[in-house]
Ligand binder design. Structure first.
Ligand SMILES: NC(=O)C1=CN([C@@H]2O[C@H](COP(=O)(O)OP(=O)(O)OC[C@H]3O[C@@H](n4cnc5c(N)ncnc54)[C@H](OP(=O)(O)O)[C@@H]3O)[C@@H](O)[C@H]2O)C=CC1
Ligand SMILES: CC(C)=CCC[C@@H](C)[C@H]1CC=C2C3=C(CC[C@@]21C)[C@@]1(C)CC[C@H](O)C(C)(C)[C@@H]1CC3
Length: 339
């Protein structure tokens, strides 16, 4: 798959994330739970050491990325090469640093492979630790594993969708994404699963149904909105999206102003956040008091609010006054009738 950058340059990517996920996660499942030759609980026992290693590695990678971005011919990010070293180190100067004569894209790899697959494996390790300690896996631990596993699989199966995100097309590869991909995602997104090893929660059937309902609501909005936009961007004449009302723009690309995208300018973020709440709910009311298992949905709200502002800025540059027209038609940023 390829992506055409704002400067017209076309980059190609080899998409192997889902296959590598199947190999690694499948092996962990078999050797951990079937042949029982692998103690996945080791991930729980050595969590702090692994996190420390991830922080050290991502920091070292960031130093390499910053230094190598000064090589002649490096393709720089539009807003990561400001001349302010601290900001450029954080955001990343080079847009798509590569190895092996351009065959290995460091940013795309780090964004989807070690962090996302690591997230699923650490969750599995938490479930294995609970299973080894108690002889069973609670409904709450199962829900967290299944929910987040599905999210990881969705991201890896739809790997080419990441090629049009701002992280690939616009943001440089610096400490924010290196640390975010390799340390933040696998070690903070697993907070709830880790909490459930120390404080097992037993959900009632009613509570389980409530969690499932919230997850289904969030996923319907997330998948419905993202698929609608992806289909429209791929082929506006597709019968599934041809009925949508749109705003024609001088840029040439149309903006959807009905369907999911008529309710809020980033309705997909709202669905994603609702899913995040469903991932935390298995920790129950006791988890709320502990805060840690609800960290994901608290952090995620701040990330999405900030991300929406960054995308708004990018869209205002892309669309100019047409974006103002769009904002007048679709007044809410993320939450319909609220924000
Ligand atoms: N779990 C996590 O930590 C994270 C999850 N995500 C998720 O990733 C998904 C993708 O988010 P993100 O990468 O921010 O990008 P989005 O999928 O939100 O896409 C934003 C782009 O879509 C286009 N667009 C915006 N409005 C419209 C419209 N009305 N009609 C047609 N096109 C429109 C614009 O690009 P153009 O017009 O140029 O096509 C805009 O720049 C989201 O669901 C988000 O929740 C994102 C970050 C972190
Ligand atoms: C505090 C701090 C260092 C934050 C760094 C932000 C990163 C954690 C996120 C920035 C963009 C991300 C994306 C995903 C995960 C989190 C990070 C890396 C993503 C891979 C999750 C799955 C989605 O389907 C996605 C592929 C669209 C998404 C891409 C952006």
């Amino acid at each position: 798959e390829g992506v055409v950058l704002p400067n017209g340059q076309r980059l190609t990517y080899k998409l192997n994330a889902f296959r590598i996920f199947l190999l690694t996660y499948g092996a962990a499942l078999y050797f951990g739970f079937v042949s029982r030759q692998l103690d996945l609980g080791w991930l729980y026992d050595n969590f702090a050491q692994l996190l420390t290693a991830a922080i050290i590695f991502s920091s070292g990678l960031s130093v390499y990325l910053y230094a190598s971005s000064f090589q002649k011919g490096a393709l720089l990010s539009g807003h990561g090469a400001t001349g302010y070293p601290a900001y450029d180190f954080w955001m990343g100067r080079e847009l798509n640093p590569r190895l092996l004569r351009g065959a290995f894209d460091l940013k795309e790899f780090c964004e989807l492979y070690p962090g996302m697959i690591g997230w699923a494996l650490i969750n599995l390790g938490m479930a294995h630790k609970q299973w080894a300690a108690t002889g069973s896996i609670t409904t709450s631990m199962l829900l967290v594993n299944v929910f987040q596993l599905y999210y990881v699989m969705d991201a890896l199966w739809c790997e080419k969708a990441i090629l049009t995100t701002m992280d690939i097309t616009t943001d440089g590869f610096g400490f924010m994404l290196a640390f975010g991909d390799l340390a933040w995602v696998p070690f903070t997104f697993t907070s709830c699963a880790r909490y459930l090893v120390d404080y097992p929660q037993h959900l009632s059937p009613a509570a389980t149904c409530l969690v499932l309902g919230v997850k289904l609501l969030g996923y319907s909005i997330f998948r419905g909105a993202n698929s609608q936009k992806d289909m429209f961007r791929a082929n506006p004449a597709d019968p599934a999206v041809a009925h949508l009302r749109t705003l024609k723009t001088e840029r040439g690309t149309q903006l959807i102003i009905s369907g999911w995208w008529g309710t809020a300018r980033h309705i997909n973020y709202f669905g994603d956040w609702i899913m995040g709440v469903a991932w935390c709910m298995p920790a129950g009311v006791q988890g709320l008091a502990a805060v840690v298992p609800y960290f994901y949905c608290i952090y995620f709200a701040s990330l999405l609010i900030h991300r929406e502002r960054r995308d708004e800025h990018a869209c205002r540059l892309k669309y100019g006054k047409d974006w103002d027209k769009y904002c007048a038609l679709v007044r809410y940023r993320i939450v319909p009738y609220l924000y």
